[in-house]
Unconditional design. Structure first.
Length: 383
């Protein structure tokens, strides 16, 4: 895929050279558990990080379908890099909609040219989806500055990102402890150089091993009010609007499923298994499930459903579940050849499992989708 950027910018595309670099990096990171410098450099220089940035800020002005296509193609070669790119695009989309003129002018051009890599720091270190309170908080002082405290876990591109979109609770002064009411949450855009922000790569994941997933600690982290994204306490609206765009983690899962499918067909061809009708039919069934997953991701991106935000949740849930099942079925088809150390399919299966656990996790997707059936006076989705 190749698209012209604004005048004076290089072309954006996933070239054959970059694909090869990403594939080699995926194999290496599976062994080392560390991000690959060449893959990250290639991503920054590819122009693909400009996909979700509006054209007036030097980006490609890509809509959700384009973001999903780029992310899927990256995931076929390297799911870890695809996750990093997806998070970057998600932050760019939110800044483009909710950012102040100064935030847009100062951040979006750098997000487009790859000089600034963005990441999301949302998950709490010791809380479950649906819990009412969390550790991370931000309190505003008399001088307008905010002091952030807490720990954000499972942050993709920790120690790599130049900018973190951090989600924290901002309890109003009148909030009484133990009332059972959920405290409002607020987003902050924090540069990696922000005093009191400490990222670390302390997580050794089973999958997505090149994604630099780690922990971001906030220790008396001081940020001016200009770092706040959107109104105080309005993070839920930003999250909901982000889902309504149709950009979905399901695109990463589809890319993983495609990679597994490609590998299974290649192995069946070279080993002579493709001559057997039973094998051909099993592969056909897998290909059909893959197309179904791709279809729902494309429907999410097109925003043609009555409630696009729900289709985005469906797409993440269905595509990630399908990717796991397809990887497992492909491994069974290959037999013992898919059970060796360093084999491709076990790595892809672990990566697919990682997508199912990423926010919103598949379990939380189910909760939110089930809540949508309640009447308007019933509980509302809150995560």
């Amino acid at each position: 895929m190749s698209t012209d950027r604004s005048a004076g910018h290089r072309r954006a595309g996933l070239t054959a050279t970059l694909r090869s670099t990403l594939r080699e990096a995926a194999q290496e990171s599976a062994l080392t558990g560390r991000p690959n410098a060449a893959a990250l450099s290639g991503l920054r220089e590819s122009g693909l990080l400009a996909t979700a940035v509006p054209k007036e800020y030097g980006g490609l002005g890509g809509s959700a379908p384009e973001v999903n296509r780029v992310v899927e193609q990256l995931a076929v070669a390297n799911p870890s890099i695809a996750i990093i790119a997806y998070q970057h695009c998600s932050v760019a989309l939110r800044i483009a909609v909710w950012g102040t003129p100064a935030q847009k002018a100062g951040l979006l051009p750098r997000l487009a040219d790859g000089s600034c890599l963005a990441a999301s720091a949302w998950s709490e270190a010791a809380s479950r989806p649906g819990t009412r309170h969390a550790d991370s908080t931000a309190v505003q002082g008399g001088d307008g500055h905010w002091t952030l405290q807490g720990v954000k876990a499972f942050t993709t591109a920790a120690c790599l990102a130049d900018l973190y979109l951090v989600l924290v609770h901002t309890p109003p002064p009148t909030t009484a402890a133990g009332t059972g009411r959920r405290e409002p949450r607020t987003f902050f855009l924090l540069p990696s150089s922000t005093p009191g922000l400490y990222p670390e790569l302390s997580l050794d994941l089973a999958g997505m091993r090149g994604s630099a997933t780690g922990v971001v600690s906030l220790r008396h982290c001081s940020a001016p009010d200009t770092c706040r994204l959107g109104p105080p306490g309005d993070a839920q609206a930003i999250i909901a609007e982000g889902r309504a765009t149709g950009a979905t983690l399901g695109a990463v899962a589809v890319g993983i499923a495609q990679a597994a499918m490609d590998y299974a067909v290649q192995h069946a061809t070279h080993s002579g298994l493709l001559a057997r009708q039973l094998v051909r039919h099993r592969l056909t069934d897998l290909a059909t499930r893959l197309e179904a997953a791709r279809g729902i991701v494309e429907r999410a991106g097109a925003c043609t459903a009555p409630r696009p935000e729900l289709t985005t949740l469906h797409s993440k849930l269905f595509a990630s579940t399908t990717a796991e099942e397809l990887c497992l079925e492909a491994a069974r088809l290959l037999g013992s050849s898919g059970y060796q150390s360093g084999a491709v399919l076990p790595r892809l299966l672990a990566d697919a499992r990682g997508v199912s656990l990423m926010g919103p996790s598949n379990e939380l997707c189910r909760q939110l989708l089930a809540l949508s059936w309640l009447n308007k006076d019933g509980p509302k989705p809150t995560a």
